[in-house]
Design a protein around this ligand. Structure first.
Ligand code: CP
Ligand code: NVA
Length: 322
């Protein structure tokens, strides 16, 4: 299967999955954020609206937040979630993705997948007949970035005029932030060491749509921004590169001095954090940190996403983004 994840599709069919932020229209992303606010405020009447529905959660990588927030979210909506480690199901012994997708489609109402290749997710979506949610791949982490945007909106009330700085690795989080900037039209500045830039396709698409700067200088990137973000220097699957990455990322740590260059910016981190590496403890625990709200918002945002994909919580907007 070709990896079509980088193409900004806008068809209704792709919006029946959540594989990447680029796959959704701006209007749908905005309505998802509004629904998440309502879910958080318990105004949406979500009650047991997914009663009788089951979400499968396939994990080929570790997780704390994603696993727990999806499972609790389904429980709170009256449904059920199944944890399926790819090491324990037949997928890990060579059953193909198409066959697994066909079979799981006969049991489940939706599936959340955390894995390595984005193309595996695309393949699952192509052969299954149920909504597929990206719970993190090497390429993207869209649920996290939508929860981050929810957190930013809670802080500022709006995404209008937003300027965001990304410090460190041009990884799955950075790529999803590029997609979000492209779709929602805010400014994104990235400071990455040479050799660790984001995916060129995501960078090119975002640069064509909005103001994107890629620099080697963290101080230049954070000057006057509303949000400062970073992530681990070695992502899951890159553990063997940890030592060389520690060398490459020296100088890309978010500390109090760097935070002071922002415009009273808040600090976000998807977590887990390596305190003392990409961020100092005084920033993580400091007055500008919103990392715990950010982690909580995974729950609310994903409940809104589950409602959207499994019910008609978001009416299709046929006039949007034509
Ligand atoms: N941020 C995030 O996705 O955390 P987990 O790896 O714990 O799920
Ligand atoms: N970039 C990190 C995010 C973890 C939530 C990783 O992929 O490991």
């Amino acid at each position: 299967m070709p990896d079509s994840s980088a193409e900004p599709e806008t068809s209704g069919r792709r919006e029946s999955h959540f594989l990447s932020i680029a796959g959704w229209r701006a209007s749908s992303l905005e309505r998802l954020l509004h629904l998440a606010d309502d879910v958080k405020a318990e105004r949406a009447g979500t009650g047991r609206s997914l009663a009788g529905r089951t979400l499968g959660m396939v994990f080929a990588k570790s997780s704390t937040r994603t696993r727990v927030s999806f499972e609790v979210g389904m429980y709170e909506l009256g449904g059920h979630a199944l944890f399926l480690s790819s090491r324990d199901i037949q997928l890990g012994r060579g059953e193909t993705i198409p066959d697994t997708a066909r079979v799981l489609s006969r049991y489940l109402d939706a599936v959340m997948i955390r894995t390595f290749d984005q193309s595996d997710l695309e393949e699952f979506a192509a052969y299954g007949s149920l909504p597929v949610i990206n719970g993190l791949t090497d390429r993207y982490h869209p649920c996290q970035v939508m929860a981050d945007l929810m957190t930013v909106r809670e802080e500022r009330g709006t995404l209008d005029g937003l300027v965001v700085a990304w410090i460190g690795d041009g990884n799955n989080m950075a790529n999803s932030w590029l997609n979000a900037a492209a779709r929602l039209g805010f400014e994104l500045r990235l400071a990455c060491p040479e050799g660790y830039d984001p995916h060129p396709d995501d960078l090119a698409r975002a640069s064509a749509e909005t103001t994107v700067t890629l620099t080697r200088d963290p101080a230049e990137a954070v000057s006057g921004v509303h949000v400062v973000m970073t992530d681990v220097w070695a992502s899951m699957g890159q553990e063997s590169e940890a030592e060389e990455r520690r060398e490459a990322f020296r100088g890309y740590r978010v500390d109090a001095e760097l935070m002071a260059l922002s415009h009273d910016g808040i600090f976000l981190h998807c977590l887990p954090a390596h305190r003392g590496e990409e961020v100092t403890s005084d920033v993580m625990d400091g007055p500008r940190s919103r990392v715990w709200d950010e982690a909580e918002n995974r729950l609310h945002l994903q409940k809104a996403l589950l409602l959207t994909l499994m019910t008609d919580a978001l009416e299709p907007d046929s006039t949007a983004d034509k």
